[in-house]
Design a protein around this ligand. Sequence first.
Ligand code: SF4
Length: 267
Amino acid sequence: MATDTAINPPSVNRDAPARPVAARPAVDAPLEPTEALLAELAEANDRLETATPDEIVKYAVDRFFPKLTMGTAFGPEGCLILAMLSKVNKDVYVFNLETGYQFKETHELRDRIAEKYGITVAYHSHEQTVEEYEKANGGPLYKTNPDQCCFDRKIKVLRQSVVGMHAWFTGIRRNQSPDRAQAPIVGWDAKFNLVKINPLANATKADVWKRIVDEDVPYNELHDQGYPSIGCAPCTRAVLLGEDERAGRWSGTAKTECGLHALGDNK
Ligand code: SF4
């Protein structure tokens, strides 16, 4: 259970975006992992192993647009992929799981990205507003049952968000964790029945931040205020010197992930 010291007041800016959201493609049959498709992906993966992130982004757009998407929480990797996408195709449909509890700085970043790159990330939200949801649950579930809150306001929404899509980008980097060390550049994502493209698989955190600085890519200003990992406001705090990067997420609880990475195990 979250302690009161871990709670920040939600502060949400729901102003209209600076530019319209890209059109979402019509829903048709999902992609099937046929032998031919898997062979194609294996060939692309081998070929792109030494490609630059920009070349990988271009491959994905050429091969899968308009059935190509990305979900982003506006972390550094997501912002960099948006910057790369803006040079190739601004009409790729990108979405954010807008739980209703995100920081105002995150919403402002969405607007800054729209302004700079002409890509407005679509907000995808639970059908109930925060007010309705809290009323239905006798108060904010992030205090009493954050797993359920993440499941309702992130995971369920994510599952709906990718219906009809064939491929998606992620910001996974291989050196983020042992789990991610084997991430392909291009591969089949069996949890979602999508082709997964990881343009930054070979990048380090330093590579990502160097490009952000060199190319003046907008990033969440909370990173400059001691927040290395940014999620929802009530469940994120700044970290102290020497603490793990993710120590500020669900601080004071046993929870460490929202469940997106273990989706197959969720109800
Ligand atoms: Fe709810 Fe916190 Fe999960 Fe956001 S991170 S969905 S507020 S429990």
